[in-house]
Design a protein around this ligand. Structure first.
Ligand SMILES: Nc1ncnc2c1ncn2[C@@H]1O[C@H](COP(=O)(O)OP(=O)(O)OP(=O)(O)O)[C@@H](O)[C@H]1O
Ligand SMILES: [Mg+2]
Length: 279
């Protein structure tokens, strides 16, 4: 279990783009924070900064933190699943997932029976046993995504950073993956930070949301606080209705303006809610 705190994180990308502009967040051990926002808002950049993969200003701390300052020590507490993982096409799924054990291997780098058992367990939980001998290059998009998640879980992290973990998955596998992560969170105290485009899923699984707009925090708090139709209209330029589902969580549904007049009204509503553009 580890808590994660980020204070005033800023990331300037090549060309002077300020992709993350003063974002602060705190996730308690065993908590789930979802980072939301439109394309280009800075979600992936923020996650890469939290993972220590790109230079940033500000502070990111884990409590308790890694045992040392090296990447190996960090990899024992933190796993990061990129939005578009690069998978070596010739490698078999099982061998790739076994790479998740690398931070724990001894001098000779040979995985032991314990590592192999753990990997089999993860493959089973993600329904990948039947694909374990297949080369990564032959997998479908959703299968690739599950294989990449399996590798991250094989790392047995205390903090898991997931960048759009469900985009390529069908509905059943989306639910399976999110439920699995939630189970690990409840049973093992795994701390989760995920980006998600599915706002309803974010509300169902995360206890805290951070909504980014052009690198800045537009809203933060519980799902019902953050996910209002006005705010979604302003930040995503989308027309939605927000209802409460059976568990009391907000459920976001796109609304299609069904007539030209309604559409004109809707667009003017969106314009009214749009924050001023940067010069
Ligand atoms: N290496 C780079 N050089 C210059 N600009 C970059 C670089 N990487 C990202 N950007 C820009 O930074 C901004 C934020 O990108 P980022 O990938 O963090 O967005 P995002 O919120 O994850 O979007 P999406 O929902 O599409 O995944 C974008 O405008 C993007 O074009
Ligand atoms: Mg992204």
């Amino acid at each position: 279990m580890s808590a994660l705190t980020a204070i005033d994180v800023r990331v300037e990308l090549p060309g002077g783009v300020l992709a993350v502009d003063g974002v602060s967040l705190h996730v308690s051990a065993g908590g789930w924070l979802a980072v939301l926002g439109p394309n280009g808002a800075g979600k992936s950049t923020l996650l890469r900064a939290l993972a220590g993969l790109i230079p940033y200003q500000g502070t990111v701390t884990f409590e308790p933190g890694p045992a040392g300052r090296g990447r190996r020590e960090l990899a024992r507490i933190l796993a990061y699943l990129p939005q578009r993982p690069m998978l070596p096409p010739e490698l078999a799924v099982r061998d790739y997932v076994l790479l998740g054990r690398t931070p724990y291997l001894g001098y000779l780098g040979v995985p032991g029976a314990g590592d192999r058992n753990l990997v089999e367990g993860v493959l089973e939980r993600l329904e990948l046993i039947g694909l374990a001998g297949r080369r990564l290059g032959t997998l479908s998009g959703g299968e690739r995504q599950r294989a990449a998640l399996a590798r991250a879980l094989a790392q047995r992290p205390r903090v898991l950073l997931l960048d759009e973990p469900t985009t390529a998955l069908d509905l059943g596998h989306q639910q399976q993956v999110l439920e699995l992560v939630d189970t690990l969170r409840r049973e093992d105290g795994l701390t989760v930070v995920s980006t998600l485009h599915d706002l309803t899923a974010a509300a169902q699984y995360a206890d805290q949301l951070v909504l980014l707009d052009r690198g800045r925090t537009a809203a933060a708090g519980g799902p019902a606080e953050v996910l209002t139709p006005e705010r979604i209209g302003a930040v995503f330029r989308a027309l939605v209705s927000v209802n409460t589902d059976t568990s009391g969580k907000p459920a976001v549904t796109p609304v299609r303006p069904d007539a030209a007049a309604t559409h004109a009204d809707a667009m003017s509503t969106l314009r009214d809610h749009r924050p001023p553009q940067n010069p």
